[in-house]
Design a protein around this ligand. Structure first.
Ligand code: ZN
Length: 166
């Protein structure tokens, strides 16, 4: 009998998962989708989760708690910026927590921000990842594993069933 494939670098992992925050709120899950497929050992998923999956095999399930530092990082107090209210259209309703998709005026690169605070003439923007500072609670299950192809290894990511990029 051949040895059963276990999760290690160079294995393509199918992952069913439910992601909750400390308060139990479900913020992401593979329930309604195909399992997530990723190439293990190439930083395709957050480091704390990748580390915790090593050695699991098909059919295994596990609860993994990932501290912020090994997920999307701690909240960076430098990643806040105050901009004039006039930067936004007059009729735009600004409120705390509102997610914004902005473009850099110089490079035209898109980036995300959230409104941290609305003042009379100013708005404080938060450029941290929305999950910065959060401890992540994963319930994971491994429906399938397979060795990566040479092409996937050289690209550093998993390819879909038809061999195409996701
Ligand atoms: Zn590729």
């Amino acid at each position: 009998m051949s040895e059963q494939l276990k999760i290690k670098d160079g294995v393509v992992v199918s992952l069913d998962y439910t992601l909750r925050l400390d308060d139990g709120e479900v913020i992401d899950s593979s329930d309604d989708n195909e399992p997530l497929e990723y190439l293990h050992g190439y930083g395709q998923i957050i480091p704390g989760l990748e580390k915790a999956l090593v050695g699991l095999t098909v059919g295994d399930s596990k609860t993994v708690v990932v501290p912020a530092a090994e997920a999307y990082g701690e909240v960076d107090m430098e990643a806040f910026e105050i901009v004039p209210r006039s930067m936004f259209p007059d009729d735009m309703e600004l409120e705390e927590g509102l997610a914004l998709s902005l473009r850099d005026a110089e490079t035209n690169e898109p980036f995300d921000a959230a409104i941290a605070e609305v003042r009379e003439t100013e708005v404080m923007l938060d450029f941290n990842h929305p999950l910065a500072g959060e401890t992540l609670h994963f319930e994971v299950r491994i429906p399938a594993l397979r060795p990566a192809t040479a092409e996937e290894m050289s690209h550093g990511h998993a390819h879909g069933p038809d061999g195409h990029h996701h």
